[in-house]
Ligand binder design. Sequence first.
Ligand code: F1P
Length: 293
Amino acid sequence: MTTAFHADAEIASQPQIWRQVAEFAPSVFSKLPKKGERVAVVGCGSSWFMSMAYASLREAAGHGETDVYAGSEFNYERKYDRIVSISRSGTTTEIVELLGKVKTPSVILTAIHNSPVEDRATETIIMDFADEQSVLQTRWATAALGLLRAHLGFDLNSIVKDAEEALASDISDLVEVEQISFLGRGWTIGLAHEAALKTRESSQFWAEAYPALDYRHGPLSISQPGRAVWAFGDIPADLVRDIKSTGALFESSKLDPMAHLIRAQRVAIAIAKKRGVDADNPRGLARSIILDK
Ligand code: F1P
């Protein structure tokens, strides 16, 4: 299948979307957690993985303790000053229910106006310009994380060039492998999970994700020629050596890790095309998971 997917155009639009996010971000900074607040970040699927990345970055930046939960696994016994939730659709059942139950001040980051989450959250940030036609989340995920990075003081405009480079780079070797394990450290662990989810969703392809140093605790056994290990951000030289000695293709990059994720999105779509799978409509997935009660 060589047809273009909505996801192709959405992935390619990321440099432009990141510029828009950089311009939009200061207008909503007052809705986001203050320095020193104890925060929980929640989301499902891609929105959970972006939550993971943000939580790690926020705490590392000295903004305060920041926990992260999949929407279904929130710990209602813990006390937080604020809940940050991410949901492109604004209709995901776990997030709607969670925000309906808690009394904690909350802010929802969504792409949709007048959604059920908006009624339940204290504050709403709507980035409709980053919404997507594909069921697959690509630019929404990086726009959401980009906004939160901007609030932590990061200049998104400084990595637009990296995004352009990731879009123009050669991915042909990676499209030929039979399996990919994605690795990260700190905030890039969320990116590794997102990259693995992307390849599973879009092309029903075998991909996994681990904190880099944990990869040696067993998962390394699946590494071999014809498979790939993909690191987001820096990983220790001795781990790179151990990975390379298995004969697997090793991918790493000097690009900003969020821009490096664009390469993984492209690989995911290219594999879908190679396998004749409809990347815009992943098997068994809807744009939003709304559970029957
Ligand atoms: C979360 C999510 C996505 C997934 C699919 C279904 O959606 O699980 O990660 O790719 O689109 O929903 P949302 O809460 O961000 O709308």
